[in-house]
Write a protein that binds this ligand. Structure first.
Ligand code: MG
Length: 389
């Protein structure tokens, strides 16, 4: 029986050619933490966490003692060991994301050991492709935030995207003007979602939603701060725009809060943060009992994208019917070399879809040259500002 023998972490960083911002802060670099877990028989797997990379790395090191020596086929047992080790002080937040990275790498190993893609191991592949939507339309210059708006929107249309998610959160008047402008560029046939990254109070979010109802908005993501479950529910009652959220939520217990409060029409767990594939599968089951759609949040490298592809391939259609709706993948289009260079294969949209990999595990290999290029050695000296990136 093979056992887990080693856990290595890598903090990867890439400085952007052009920074961009949204309602909360500015991005001038991409920084993520990935993990490689190796076994006694030489099998290894890759995982990724979503959150501040250096804190994630510390969390993975903290959890190491619960994982080394374990049988990777027993992923739920390992998950439970990690959960019990952190339960008293970290039922939400970065330590859960560290658990997620480890859990994902173990699924990759499990797939390789059993010679099956992760989607098959999750219970089977309902669909072998997903329909990506473009996440973009961030803001470029402080004094002219939507300067590159038109060129960007046209690029997405040329690539063949049928759905675009744009940022809002600059203030109601500017948001309404920007949505109106983008809708005029993309026409009525392209789905349009908005995301304020919880920039608004309840009253502001309600006012914005009412003013945007005429623009065929497919969902309003994170209108208010994620802890205000009841405000989400009230918004749902008062606007015809579907409400989405969950990228800041953790574990099935957190998602149960969103679901039982009737807070959202669509839940968006980030598999690299919410507890990994093991917990995301449970969250999806829970959502099915409330008839709520699941569209996972993604942001980091191509490892996280592969994880989401397998997860979506296994999502149950609720309700089932002959002509199933498209299952959406969040496909970030902002500058990110870690999405484009870190792994083989590079995930690309063709004819409006992305195929789900069918090779064992996650179906990826990390490019050693890219790993070397983007690895950021800390030498044990950590600046507090670096910790929070
Ligand atoms: Mg979002």
């Amino acid at each position: 029986m093979t056992k887990i023998t080693n856990i290595e972490t890598f903090v990867l960083k890439d400085t952007l050619e052009k920074s961009f911002f949204f309602s909360q802060w500015e991005y001038s670099e991409r920084c993520i933490c990935i993990v490689k877990i190796s076994c006694s028989d030489g099998t290894y797997g890759w995982g990724e966490g979503y959150g501040p990379a250096l804190i994630l790395e510390s969390g993975i090191k903290f959890l190491k003692s619960q994982v080394i020596g374990q049988n990777p086929l027993h992923n739920e047992v390992i998950w439970n060991k990690m959960y019990r080790k952190t339960l008293d002080f970290a039922r939400r937040g970065v330590l859960v994301a560290s658990m997620s990275a480890i859990d994902i790498a173990i699924w990759d190993i499990k797939g390789k050991l059993l010679n099956q893609p992760v989607g098959a191991l999750l219970g089977g592949v309902h669909r072998n492709y997903v329909v990506p939507y473009a996440t973009g339309m961030y803001f470029t210059e402080k004094d002219n935030p939507t300067k590159d708006f038109e060129e960007e929107a046209k690029r997405y249309l040329e690539k063949g995207f049928k759905a675009i998610k744009m940022k809002v959160g600059l203030g109601i008047d500017r948001d309404v003007s920007n949505v109106k402008h983008l809708r005029s560029i993309i026409g009525d046939d392209i789905k349009l979602m908005i995301d304020s990254n919880h920039a608004y109070t309840y009253m502001e979010a309600l006012e914005l939603a009412k003013k945007l109802e005429a623009y065929q908005i497919s969902w309003f993501e994170e209108p208010v701060s994620p802890e205000f479950y009841e405000q989400y529910a009230e918004l749902r009652q008062k606007t015809t725009i579907p409400i989405a959220g969950g990228e800041c939520e953790y574990l099935r217990f957190g998602f149960h809060q969103l679901l039982r409060n009737k807070s959202v029409d669509i839940i968006q767990p980030d598999i690299c943060a919410c507890g990994g594939l093991t917990e995301a599968k449970r969250i999806a089951s829970l959502a099915s009992t409330y008839g709520v759609d699941v569209v996972p949040h993604t942001w980091g490298s191509s490892i996280g994208l592969h994880v989401a592809l397998h997860f979506i391939s296994n999502l149950e259609s609720v309700p089932g019917r002959m002509f199933s709706p498209d299952f959406l993948l969040e496909f970030d289009q902002t500058e990110n070399a870690l999405r484009e260079q870190l792994t083989f294969p590079i995930l690309e949209m063709e004819n409006g879809i992305i195929q789900v990999p069918d090779s064992p595990g996650l179906g990826l290999e990390v490019n050693p040259d890219a790993l070397h290029k983007f690895t950021n050695p800390t030498n044990g000296v950590v600046d507090i500002k670096e910790l929070l990136k």
